[in-house]
Design a protein around this ligand. Sequence first.
Ligand code: ATP
Ligand code: MG
Length: 138
Amino acid sequence: MERTLAIVKPDAVEKGFIGEIIKRYETNGLGIVGMKMLRLSREEAEGFYYVHRERPFFKSLVDFMSSGPVVVLALEGDGAIKKNRDLMGATDPAKAEPGTIRKLFAANIERNAVHGSDSKDSAAFEIAYFFNRLEMMR
Ligand code: ATP
Ligand code: MG
């Protein structure tokens, strides 16, 4: 079993897609072991996306991620990191495969509906960023 962190981003929360997105995790072998709704401060969004701090889109990304509530989930399953990345689709929804979350629910490369950890190291960092022991169900 492997764990990964997913975020339903502010655009998808605002459009009312929380349920549709979570259903896709649950029906594709990704069990929920932690979940909460919160609003990131600018500082919290900067810390989460620290690896992207030198990228030209960083300020805009931080503005977007702190613009409204998000839902963060710790997901568990066989090959959970890759499974979630496959379910999400490409960063740019215009390039995402049909049926993926981003193809179905995302507007553009920045407002792209969901986040998913991209490696074991990032999953460990990201889960610990949002959840303490008492907030994890196993
Ligand atoms: P995430 O990390 O959110 O799961 P990702 O791994 O597919 O997405 P990254 O390259 O890690 O993509 O970029 C992080 C986020 O930064 C993207 O999800 C998107 O919201 C934003 N982003 C990435 N590239 C661009 C870009 N060229 N222009 C604007 N925003 C971008
Ligand atoms: Mg990424």
